[in-house]
Design a protein around this ligand. Structure first.
Ligand SMILES: [Cu+2]
Length: 148
């Protein structure tokens, strides 16, 4: 059973941003990301009222400035935006409706590099926390299954 759970979790996952509340103002998305491990191939699903918010991917500088002044990398207001995390690194999303980003509607997601790292102390240090996080998630799933 543990092996089966681990195999499932090893494949790409879809994270619903904000969980049941979705993408809206009044949520601390930094808090939402804490404790989560994002890997290459995972997806972010932004669910919101169409045209009332946007999912606008911006540069790091624009993220902190709450603007799309340097140009949006992508922009969507359809109400259902799926973003695939195609590589390691940090990606930055804001709501581009005036005032909403500065009131907290912004999300930065750091994607871990799941590929094997060349041997060395720093490589090992990177891999171990990822494995530990996976085990913690697997434990949570098993507890949920036990409660059902
Ligand atoms: Cu918004």
């Amino acid at each position: 059973m543990l092996v089966a759970s681990y195999a499932t979790l090893s494949s790409a996952r879809t994270f619903t941003v904000g969980d049941g509340q979705g993408w809206m103002s009044g949520i601390d998305y930094t808090d939402w990301t804490s404790g989560k491990t994002f890997a290459v191939g995972d997806k972010l699903l932004f669910s919101y009222r169409s045209q009332e918010h946007t999912v606008t991917e911006v540069s790091k500088g624009d993220y902190y400035a709450c603007s799309s002044g340097c140009g949006a990398l992508s922009d969507d207001a359809s109400g259902w935006t799926v973003v695939t995390l195609t590589g390691p690194g940090t990606r930055y999303f804001i709501c581009n409706i005036t005032g909403l980003c500065s009131s907290g509607m912004k999300l930065a997601v750091t994607v871990a590099d799941r590929d094997p790292v060349p041997s060395g102390a720093s490589g090992g240090a990177l891999v171990v926390p990822a494995v530990r996080a996976t085990v913690l998630v697997a434990t949570g799933v098993l507890i949920k299954l036990a409660l059902l």
